[in-house]
Design a protein around this ligand. Structure first.
Ligand code: MTE
Ligand code: MO
Length: 401
């Protein structure tokens, strides 16, 4: 049987790679079980997505569906932790704002949320911390995501800081915690509640969104309202948010203290989540600079001599993309690609690069993004047990015929 691995090894065999780069290409491009076992399935209201698990529903977007900077709502990935997911009736929905750090707790209906505060809009990438976990080598447990546990949308909502201000935050408040309408089906699973530091909560870009690309949020993406934490991985982007609690003490549940943490010192980030740090680990926060090739897939055949346009996306935690480069020789030389429209510093940035495939045989194409702070993607996976922050340079091997 011809597997992706043998195909790729054959493809690489004919080319002179330094071992470091070749090893990196193999790991970046080898989806292993994760992508090989993918089945497309349709959730209600969604186009077919790649199913990673059914209970709870975890579905990712096929790379070919990222053909524009904005991810359509019906193609947007879906990630849930708990079994007890119910559709929310917007008329019944209430958002409670309270906690021991709130001097004036109160409650909002959806209409009040929309009418009582100034509406704001921004485009931001929602990316699961574990995006690309399925590419981890050695393999790590968890949802075996390929490249598509991410999406980019124009979010409309209200600033979280405006909502918090009305609750009269006390000076002792250290974190703001969020709970959604979803519930564990068994008592053994802790409810999914997440917190962010006050400084991030009162950032003007942190919003409670009630619209996504001009439409109500799809049920599976958090209808009727969810938190948007631009620049941070999606674990904080609480869907179907029903409760916001101002806390004088750090939240100490499983989802903060044990899950969604990265080893200290392995990844660079600008701002710290100090109240949740311990000696060894810190919560995952800022998205690492990254890019993908979306126009062409591994193994695709292209005609010799006819021009092709390689396309893809690049994004980071909000510094903004400075440049994307493409390599045609396994990473030895790089050429600058053209960037598409700038939809804001938290958005996907499209890019494209025209080339002419001259020689028959395998053609290894790679893309690498650099942000405005000079951070770029890695050649070797920065291995960590939960499989987070994979921004290894992706390689796509085409066959020129
Ligand atoms: N209520 C609720 N919100 C949630 C989650 C969840 O399980 N329940 N998962 C979080 C995680 S880890 C991710 S990656 C994103 C996924 O967002 P999406 O399903 O809209 O793509 O939702 C976040 N918000
Ligand atoms: Mo996630």
């Amino acid at each position: 049987m011809t597997t992706r691995r043998t195909l790729l090894q054959t493809a690489l065999g004919g080319l002179a790679f330094s071992t470091g780069i070749a090893g990196q290409v193999a790991r970046a491009a080898l989806p292993q079980g994760a992508i090989d076992s993918a089945t497309l399935e349709r959730l209600p209201g969604k186009q077919p997505l790649i199913k990673r698990s059914y209970r709870p529903p975890n579905y990712e977007t096929p790379l070919a569906d990222f053909s524009s900077a904005i991810t359509p709502n019906d193609r947007f990935f879906v990630r849930w932790h708990l079994m007890g997911i119910t559709e929310v009736d917007a008329r019944e929905w209430r958002l409670t704002i309270g906690g021991d750090g709130a001097t004036k707790p109160y409650e909002l209906t959806l209409d009040q949320l929309k009418s009582d505060f100034e509406a704001v809009e921004l485009v931001a990438v929602c990316q699961c911390s574990g995006n690309r976990r399925g590419l981890s080598d050695p393999h790590v447990p968890g949802v075996e995501w390929g490249y598509g546990a991410m999406g980019n949308a124009r979010w409309t909502g209200v600033r979280l800081k405006d909502v918090l201000e009305r609750a009269g935050l006390s000076k002792e408040t250290v974190e703001i915690a969020f709970d959604g309408a979803d519930r564990p089906a068994l008592d053994v699973t802790p409810d999914f509640i997440k917190s962010i530091p006050v400084w991030k909560a009162v950032d003007e870009n942190t919003i409670i969104a009630y619209a996504m690309n001009g439409e109500p949020l799809p049920h599976h993406n958090g209808y009727p309202a969810r938190l948007i934490v631009p620049g941070w991985t999606a674990t904080y982007w609480m869907k179907q948010v029903v409760s916001i609690q101002a806390l004088r003490k750090p939240l100490a549940n499983f989802w903060m203290a044990s899950a969604y943490r990265i080893p200290k010192g392995k990844f660079a980030f600008a701002d710290r989540f100090i109240s949740q740090e311990n000696d060894a680990t810190t919560p995952i926060t800022e998205i690492v600079v990254n890019s993908v090739i979306t126009s062409h897939a591994d193994g695709q055949r292209v005609s010799r001599g006819s021009p092709l346009t390689l396309k893809g996306l690049a994004w980071d935690s909000g510094a903004g993309i400075r440049r994307v480069e493409v390599s045609r020789d396994g990473g030895r030389s790089w050429n600058v690609a053209d960037l598409g429209d700038d939809l804001g510093r938290f958005s996907f940035r499209t890019w494209q690069f025209g080339l002419n495939a001259q020689d028959p045989g395998p053609l290894v194409l790679m893309a690498r993004a650099t942000n405005r702070q000079g951070s770029t993607q890695v050649s070797e996976l920065i291995f960590n047990n939960p499989g987070y922050h994979n921004n290894v340079i992706q390689a796509v091997t085409l066959t020129v015929v």
